[in-house]
Design a protein around this ligand. Sequence first.
Ligand SMILES: CC(=O)/C=C/C=C(C)/C=C/C1=C(C)CCCC1(C)C
Ligand SMILES: CC(/C=C/C=O)=C\C=C\C=O
Ligand code: FE2
Length: 544
Amino acid sequence: MASMAAGSCISFKAYNPCLPLHPPKRSVSNFTIRSIASPIRPSPPVVVPFPNIDTSTPPTHVAWTSIRQDQWEGQLSIQGQLPRWLNGTYLRNGPGVWNIGNYNFRHLFDGYATIVKLQFEDGRLIAGHRQIESNAYKAAMKNQKVCYREFSEVPKTDNFLAYVGELANLFSGVSLTDNANTGVVKLGDSRVVCLTETQKGSIIINPSTLETMGKFEYSDSLGGLIHSAHPIVTDSEFLTLLPDLLNPGYLVVRMEPGSNERKVIGRVNCKGGPAPGWVHSFPVTENYVVVPEMPLRYCAQNLLRAEPTPLYKFEWRPESKAFMHVMCKASGNIVASVEVPLFITFHFINAYEERDEKGRITAVIADCCEHNANPLILDRLRLHNLRRFSLKHALPDARVGRFRIPLDGSGHGKLEAALDPDEHGRGMDMCSFNPAYLGKKYRYAYACGAKRPCNFPNTLTKIDLVKKKAKNWYESGAIPSEPFFVARPGATEEDDGVVISMVSGKNGEGYALLLDGSTFEEIARAKFPYGLPYGLHGCWIPKN
Ligand SMILES: CC(=O)/C=C/C=C(C)/C=C/C1=C(C)CCCC1(C)C
Ligand SMILES: CC(/C=C/C=O)=C\C=C\C=O
Ligand SMILES: [Fe+2]
């Protein structure tokens, strides 16, 4: 078991937050580049032909169009004013290449990872992007075909014997992708790692050149093939969940800066279903790790299929119910395991502890971007749906889902909308908040919302969880990526900082957008010489 400094638990006399106020009734236990780019070679966006598109379809939006060059770097001119204090690099990862030659991928999450940077240096902005040289990407470019199992794409096997071999490869993990296309984190020891849901897809990059440096190898023997795509990373630790597909449950693990060895904090056994629920992300409070058990569960049969199902590697099992588990970070004890209403989320926003008048923790509050328990959202992120706008494929409704998980031993928790979803157009995903408020009571979240009609989140929204109001940014036809909050050094107000987003514009352009974190007004924008494909998650690397 990993240990934590004794002082990390709050010190109320005779009160231990790792023990429930009342015990729960049941305790659960070498590289070919597609085309090597010259340092600056702006090129117009390319419309990748896509089969089955009817001719009335408008041209494909640049957000869903593969980036043409493998790398680029150059200085951007700025409209507006960059804050003088903004010194550092914003990195954003995401799937930027969705085709191999004429073969087009199915799903947003299949794309090969493209890392984009915005390097803010004394009022100048140096931008660039580069493909991450995963084995999956290199093999695809070399052989001109899919060679590893991606989110929905599977390598084609020619005969039965090859299929049997493929099964063995799946179970050993050999055939799984290492396409690190989901996020990027800066570890406490300053290594910068791109991540996806497969453990082998943890790839170290140079944050300045964006060069792929090599694999991040976990030196422990915890095994398993997958993990949460969103570890909680601070200067002092890296926390993540390892789903156990054989004996349904999750290991909660922790890694120290400077180490490659994860240590087990504890284990949660699933309360329902034949397999654990998908854990794309999870939240933490100051004392606890919250482990969600969604009814959208990993599915062994679907993992083996050559052709994807509408829910890909997952299945919707409402009868397995939904649960939230709360584990003490210091002891690994489970202090609550409650049934909650059915839910679907990719992204938890933040969580915190609620206390009574004596200062005792009575509940954990956990917020997420919740898709109204409708698994359809996963299929709506198919490129075919995204590229062809029709009202038939409108964005399903979503909300800020707020869980209240009581720590009094009762068996049920609550899930309600934290504010009226109409405040943000009933679109809600790709969230951030001020990282100084990680695990603490917080007021503001930033996310993508919707101005309808739309088939993908198309606004940036600042949510005030106290006033239950949202302020929205919208530009016709534009698709903004995750609004990422960077706090002003020395700030005392929660929303004192800037929000960075990369926008894919309606005329094929791409630009970086800076909004004031407090007023949510635009303060600057900087146009790239080419269109930006949609991207997922980012991180901030302060200078020095
Ligand atoms: C981009 C994103 O958000 C999610 C990517 C998820 C991936 C690449 C999932 C891959 C998987 C496999 C290739 C097989 C095992 C299951 C699973 C982790 C879904
Ligand atoms: C982009 C997205 C959902 C949008 C729906 O509203 C989810 C991304 C998940 C992976 O990081
Ligand atoms: Fe994500």
